[in-house]
Design a protein around this ligand. Structure first.
Ligand code: SF4
Length: 410
């Protein structure tokens, strides 16, 4: 796969993605994720914590989330009692666009009350193109949502049916037009490749139709057959045949070249954006910065711990009624693990790991942390350094995880 951005564009992204604030200040922030576990129907490939047929739970669930936002804000407030700063908010799911504008607005206000949300915070809502109206999008924009992320998946009507999606290709186009008319200036479209019987020509057509809409950001994922999904059963029964590894690699490579030609930069393995439209929220994850996940099954990473919530929406609602956050797992992250994870996550991005920031964060140079292994991996041509950034070389990208295994301590 070739996904090295042209040098000048990489430079632009280095400037954009370089921490604009001292790392110690960023470590005192918390990005917020709110999980909305409702869907019209279950897509045939989906293993997310989301449910069809529980729409009457929407309002009780929103109330539970309002309680959790307040409790979480108090739990992570600063030592001086002031709310913790938040730079991004992300409504994910599930299908957050199945809530009404007033419900989203109430949750946003709860976040503004419980956290010190930056004035220019990135506030994203995931939406299903089959659930959006012009009026709703205008309401969401007025409520403060400033980035829309739509699960488009394909412009091929038959493939959308195979996937079990509820929307049509025309609804994707219409949803983007509605969103632009409502004032959204940052729109992401998700697409999938390696779908059952999907041809290269279908994939090319999907990308061309998507590019005609000028989205600001693309997320492209190859289909993964997850256990417990209809696709898993159908694959085992021979009823469907997902794209093989070679075809998926060709589809990825084609998309990368086509999107870069159109001005998009591949800043993370699965993500391309126009300059200035990279997902600041997702960068929180890739830079291993703190985030608080709220809602059923949501994960958090904060301080030296990672923890998650009760997955079942009804149990989640019941427990919040008792005034407690329904935490089910807590794992303490030792400093060595935090260092390894920070490097691993950053090296997935096209710009790589910023070595001075690593040293400021962990009071130890990366070279000291990995020792002799860095020289060995660099000499093998798998990593390269430039202006304080360490990144996978083109060859290193092809080997992926093997580089991490060779580089990082056990
Ligand atoms: S809309 Fe998204 S979250 Fe809902 S079932 Fe489909 S893939 Fe899963």
């Amino acid at each position: 796969m070739t996904n090295i951005a042209p040098e000048s564009t990489t430079q632009t992204f280095q400037t954009l993605l370089q921490p604009t604030e001292p790392i110690q200040r960023l470590l005192e922030t918390a990005s917020l994720y709110l999980h909305i576990p409702f869907c019209h129907t279950r897509c045939h490939y989906c293993d997310f914590n989301t449910y069809a047929g529980i729409l009457p739970l929407r309002e009780p669930y929103v109330r539970a989330l309002l309680t959790e936002i307040e409790l979480a804000g108090k739990a992570v407030q600063l030592a001086n009692g002031l709310p913790r700063r938040s730079r991004t908010i992300f409504f994910g799911g599930g299908t957050p666009s199945m809530l009404n504008v007033s419900q989203i607005s109430r949750m946003l206000n709860a976040c503004f009350n419980a956290f010190a949300v930056d004035k220019d915070a990135e506030i994203t809502l995931e939406a299903n193109p089959g659930t959006l109206s012009q009026e709703q999008l205008e309401g969401l924009r007025a409520a403060g949502i400033n980035r829309l992320s739509m699960g488009a998946q394909s412009f091929d009507a038959d493939l959308l049916k195979t996937l079990g999606r509820i929307h049509s290709p025309e609804e994707i186009t219409q949803a983007v037009q509605y969103a632009r008319a409502a004032g959204f200036t940052s729109i992401n479209l998700d697409f999938m490749f390696g779908l059952p019987d999907q041809t290269m020509q279908q994939w090319r057509d999907t990308l061309e139709r998507a590019l005609d809409l000028h989205p600001d950001h693309f997320s492209l994922y190859s289909l993964i057959i997850e256990e417990g999904t209809p696709f898993h059963t159908w694959t085992a029964e021979g009823r469907i045949t997902p794209g093989d590894e070679d075809l998926c690699a060709d589809m990825y490579e084609y998309a990368d070249e086509r999107l870069q030609k159109a001005g998009y930069v591949n800043y993370e393995i699965s993500n391309w954006s126009l300059p200035g439209h990279h997902s600041r929220h997702n960068l929180t994850y890739w830079q291993n910065l703190p985030y608080i996940g709220m809602g059923a099954g949501a994960y958090s990473s904060f301080g030296n711990s990672r923890f998650s919530n009760e997955r079942d929406p009804l149990a989640y609602i019941k427990q919040l009624k008792t005034g407690h956050i329904p935490e089910v797992d807590r794992e303490v992250i030792e400093p060595e693990q935090a260092m390894a994870e920070t490097a691993f996550l950053a090296l997935r991005t096209a710009i790589g790991l910023h070595l001075p920031t690593f040293e400021q964060r962990f009071a130890q140079p990366f070279t000291q942390f990995v020792g002799n292994r860095l020289r060995i991996v660099e000499e093998a041509g798998l990593l390269e350094q430039e202006d304080g950034w360490l990144r996978l070389s083109q060859r290193g990208r092809l080997l992926g995880n093997e580089v991490f295994l060779r580089l990082l301590p056990d």
